[in-house]
Design a protein around this ligand. Structure first.
Ligand code: ARG
Ligand code: ZN
Ligand code: CA
Length: 243
């Protein structure tokens, strides 16, 4: 893995309404966001506070749209139990999931923006689900989750990243260069956001693996990059991608 990591992406669109049948342009806009965010070429990367600039990473992974599959359905919402990933349940089975990142775009419901499967799970359900209201830059997207960062966050999970607060009070995200955080942060916290986890330090609320608004997040760290790239080398959980 050295600068040549390209992930082929299959986008599975499940729609009942015309609005849910998002355009090719909207899909490409999401791929473009992923490419920027994972190569530190996003326009807001430079808003990373100088305190964190030394650990802010160019992850060096890029994404290439290889196929869009569309299916008309009768479902109003799909939930979070993987029905959208199963042709027999009205969804779409993943296409070659050991060598392609499958994205499902549909209405999830329940206020869920997206969800991902971590490495090591069943290939039949491997991939990332994003609600069509929060996918890409144009069309049906909803502020403040309108900049495509739900996919950036979920692909982070798909590449083995934990939430920055470690899903526990002052928890461990298994990444050394992300500071400990008390819990998830929302909105756009003003820097410096002093942690209540001791010893006193500032939280990295602008990390993609927090829960802030899309415009409040702009970076991964070198430690997160190491966890992600480790998947693709020989012996890694996603080494079948052959990169
Ligand atoms: N709540 C969702 C999750 O864990 C995604 C949060 C995405 N945040 C955003 N600003 N788009 O997995
Ligand atoms: Zn998450
Ligand atoms: Ca950490």
């Amino acid at each position: 893995v050295n600068g040549k990591v390209v992930i082929p992406v299959i986008v599975n669109v499940l729609y009942k309404t015309a609005a849910e049948n998002i355009s090719d342009a909207q899909i490409q806009s999401q791929i473009d966001v992923l490419n920027k965010d994972f190569t530190a070429t996003n326009s807001d990367f430079s808003s990373t506070p100088s305190e964190f600039a030394p650990v802010a990473a160019n992850v060096g992974i890029t994404f290439e749209l290889v196929q869009i599959i569309r299916k008309s359905t009768t479902k109003t919402s799909w939930g979070t139990r993987d029905a959208m990933k199963k042709t027999k349940q009205g969804g779409l089975n993943p296409t070659s999931p050991t060598t392609n990142l499958n994205l499902w775009v549909c209405t999830i419901g329940g206020g869920i923006l997206g969800y991902a499967q971590f490495p090591g799970g069943s290939s039949a359900t491997d991939g990332v689900v994003i609600d069509s209201h929060y996918f890409g830059l144009s069309g049906t997207e909803n502020y403040p989750y309108n900049l495509g960062r739900t996919a950036t966050h979920e692909v982070g999970h798909w590449m083995n990243l934990r939430h920055i607060w470690g899903d526990a009070s002052c928890g461990n995200d298994l990444v050394a260069d992300t500071p400990v955080a008390k819990t998830s942060n929302f909105g756009v916290p003003v820097y410096p956001y002093v942690s209540t986890c001791l010893p006193a330090h500032n939280e990295m609320t602008m990390n993609y693996m927090d829960y802030t608004d899309d415009r409040g997040m702009c970076m991964f760290t070198n430690g997160q990059k190491s966890r992600m790239t480790a998947l693709f080398v020989s012996g890694g959980a996603r080494s079948a991608f052959g990169i």
